[in-house]
Design a protein around this ligand. Structure first.
Ligand SMILES: [Zn+2]
Length: 446
C-alpha cells in the first residue's frame, strides 16, 4: 500500500471517527476483552465473582464503573503466581513474544507481556504518533531512549515501519550522541525533556550551536512532565530551534499511549486501545470530563494481560471537545504523579506547578530542587534555584520574587527559597532528573 504523504493523518478513518462511532467500537471491544479476561485470567475470574459482576453486565461504556479497580499493587501481588506471567495474564506463555518491565522506581518492577498482535498494534500506534508530529519517510530519526527492558525502547520500530531512517541511539553518552547529531544530521529525536535541555546546553558549551550546526526540527519528549509545561517546552524549542511534542506512555500499556498534535493543547489518547476514566483520588468516584482526578485506564485490545480499570497513579483530566487538528480521539492533560503530589495547607501541590514558575521567571537558570518536609506536624515545601550570572538583583530580592510567584500560582508560599549561583545545584543528570526530595517521616500518602 502506498501511503498519501500529503495526508496529515496516519490512519484518517480511525483518527477522525465521529465520537459516536468511536464509542460504538470501544463498546464492542470492551465487551470482548472483559469476557476474555474473565474466561482466561484467574485474577479477574476471582475478583469479578467477589464483586458480583459478570462480563454480560457490560451493556454500555458506563457499565465499566460496576467493575473493581486494579493498580500497581495488584500487578505485584499477582506476578509470578500460577504461572510465569502471573494471574492477570490471559494467554499461555507460548503466545507471548515480548515483555517489558517497569523501572521499579516505586517498588518491585512489574512485567508487561505482549502477544504478537498486541505488539504489532503497539507499533502501529507509535507510527501514528510519529506521523502526527510530522515524521515522514524522508526523516532521519534518533531514538535516544533506554533499550534495556524499557517499553519505550521498541517504539523505534514504529518509526521504522513508517519509513523513517532510524538510528538506535539508546542511552549513548552525550559526547557520542552529539557526534551522531552533527555527523548524520538527523531531523527528529526522542528523549526526556530534562535531557533535551541539558544536551542543548552541552552542545553550546562544546561549540556546537543546535540551531545552526544541527538539523533537528522535531523533539519528542516523554518520561517527565516538562513537555506539557509551556515554559519548559518553549525553552527547549528556543534552545534547539525545533518543535517540541510531549508523549505519554505507561510501562503497563504502550511506550506512548498518548501524544500531542500541532495544537499542543493536551495529548490525544489512543481511544481505540484505551477506555479512559478519571476518578476521585480518595473515594474512587467517577468524575466528569474536565474534572481533575486519577486517570484510570482499561485496555480494550491487549490480550496478553488485559488491564481492566487500572489506576495509573497519574493525576489529570480528560478533554473530549473537538481539537483544531481534526482528530476526534479525546485529549488528556496530566498534572503529575499521585506519589509526587503533596498537600500544604489543604492545597494540592504538584512539582510541575513549581517547575512552570521557575522556568518562566527571567534572571534564573530554570534549574530547581524541591524539598518537602514537616515542621510542627504540618507539611511544608522549600525550593532551591540558581540565579543567572548576569542578574543584577541580590539573592534576597530573587528569593522574594520567586516566593511571590509561587504563592500567586499555587496558592501557598514556600517555607523558603534558597538562591544558588549558576551551576550551584547538582540536578543536571543524564536522561532523567530527580528534582524532589521528600524528607517527611509521617505518612501523608493518600
Ligand atoms: Zn489535535
Amino acid at each position: 500500500m502506498s501511503r498519501d504523504l500529503t495526508s496529515k493523518y496516519w490512519d484518517e478513518e480511525l483518527e477522525t471517527l465521529p465520537r459516536e462511532e468511536l464509542e460504538k467500537r470501544q463498546l464492542a471491544d470492551l465487551k470482548e476483552i472483559v469476557k476474555f479476561a474473565y474466561d482466561n485470567a484467574p485474577y479477574y475470574k476471582r475478583s469479578f465473582d467477589e464483586a458480583g459482576v459478570k462480563p454480560e453486565d457490560i451493556q454500555t461504556l458506563a457499565d465499566i464503573q460496576k467493575f473493581p479497580f486494579i493498580d500497581k499493587k495488584t500487578q505485584r501481588d499477582t506476578q509470578g503466581k500460577g504461572s510465569f506471567l502471573g494471574e492477570l495474564a490471559a494467554v499461555p506463555e507460548e503466545d507471548v513474544v515480548f515483555i517489558s518491565t517497569s523501572s521499579g522506581s516505586t517498588g518491585v518492577p512489574t512485567m508487561s507481556p505482549f502477544t504478537k498482535k498486541d505488539f504489532d498494534e503497539f507499533q502501529d500506534t507509535e507510527s501514528r504518533w510519529f506521523w502526527q508530529v510530522g515524521m515522514r519517510p524522508s526523516d532521519r530519526y534518533v531514538h535516544a531512549l533506554n533499550f534495556s527492558l524499557y517499553v519505550g525502547g521498541p517504539d523505534v520500530i514504529g518509526a521504522q515501519n513508517l519509513g523513517a531512517l532510524c538510528i538506535w541511539g539508546g542511552t549513548l553518552p552525550s559526547e557520542r550522541l552529539l557526534f551522531v547529531l552533527k555527523t548524520y544530521q538527523p531531523t527528529v529525536i526522542w528523549t526526556s525533556p530534562s535531557y533535551a535541555w541539558q544536551l542543548g546546553e552541552k552542545a553550546l558549551k562544546s561549540g556546537i550551536d543546535p540551531k545552526k550546526d544541527l538539523n533537528i526540527k522535531t523533539i519528542i519528549v516523554a518520561g517527565e512532565l516538562g513537555g506539557s509545561i509551556d515554559a519548559t517546552r518553549k525553552a527547549i524549542e528556543d534552545l534547539w530551534g525545533a518543535q517540541v511534542y510531549d508523549f505519554y506512555g505507561l510501562s503497563d500499556i504502550f511506550g506512548a499511549c498518548a501524544a500531542m498534535c500541532e495544537a499542543k493543547d493536551g495529548l490525544h489518547i489512543a481511544e481505540n486501545h484505551i477506555l479512559v476514566e478519571t476518578v476521585d483520588i480518595h473515594t474512587g468516584e467517577v468524575l466528569r470530563p474536565g474534572e481533575v482526578g486519577e486517570l484510570v485506564f482499561t485496555t480494550l485490545r491487549k490480550h496478553a494481560r488485559p488491564l481492566i480499570r487500572f489506576r495509573t497513579g497519574d493525576i489529570g483530566w480528560i478533554d473530549n471537545t473537538p481539537c483544531s487538528c481534526g482528530r476526534t480521539h479525546g485529549r488528556i492533560h496530566i498534572s503529575g504523579r499521585k506519589d509526587d503530589m503533596f498537600i500544604v495547607s489543604a492545597v494540592n501541590v504538584f512539582p510541575s506547578d513549581i517547575e512552570a514558575v521557575v522556568r518562566e521567571l527571567p534572571g534564573i537558570t530554570g534549574e530547581y530542587l524541591i524539598r518537602v518536609f514537616e515542621k510542627g506536624f504540618t507539611c511544608k515545601y522549600s525550593v532551591e534555584i540558581e540565579k543567572n550570572g548576569d542578574n543584577p538583583k541580590t539573592d534576597e530580592e530573587v528569593s522574594a520574587e520567586v516566593s511571590g510567584a509561587l504563592k500567586a500560582r499555587i496558592g501557598v508560599k514556600p517555607y523558603e527559597v534558597t538562591v544558588h549561583p549558576d551551576g550551584g545545584l547538582d540536578t543536571r543528570s543524564e536522561h532523567k532528573s530527580r528534582r524532589i526530595i521528600d524528607e517527611r517521616k509521617l505518612d501523608y500518602s493518600i
